[in-house]
Design a protein around this ligand. Sequence first.
Ligand code: 5GP
Ligand code: ZN
Length: 117
Amino acid sequence: MAGEPQDDCLFCKIVAGSIPATIVRETETTIAFRDINPQAPTHVLVIPKEHHRDAAALAAAAPQVAADVLRETQAVADEDKLESYRIVFNTGSGAGQTVWHAHAHVLGGRGLEWPPG
Ligand code: 5GP
Ligand code: ZN
């Protein structure tokens, strides 16, 4: 069923607590934790607790939870006192998606080029 935990999903394991993560925020529907391989001084992943393969699937199946994820990206930026930051949803392997559980990257704390590489 859409949204059910997947045994082979790394981020479902972080939600379940069976893999450790540095959690910075948690709500009823989301968690936010520091990326293990940070690309900026602030690099936090905000994920729905429900499993959806990418942001588009999340938005289609659970738009309220997608809105919760977006609201939490702002809360992460506020906590780290970021005036400017970038929210990234890599969608598809050609765009760099490697974990197939929807997640927003929140990047900040350094200058960010546009367009990205
Ligand atoms: P993607 O490439 O799918 O957009 O992003 C996946 C992100 O998950 C990468 O930035 C990667 O560094 C991060 N990541 C992969 N494995 C782990 C892990 O076990 N713990 C944490 N905290 N982050 C991870
Ligand atoms: Zn998952």
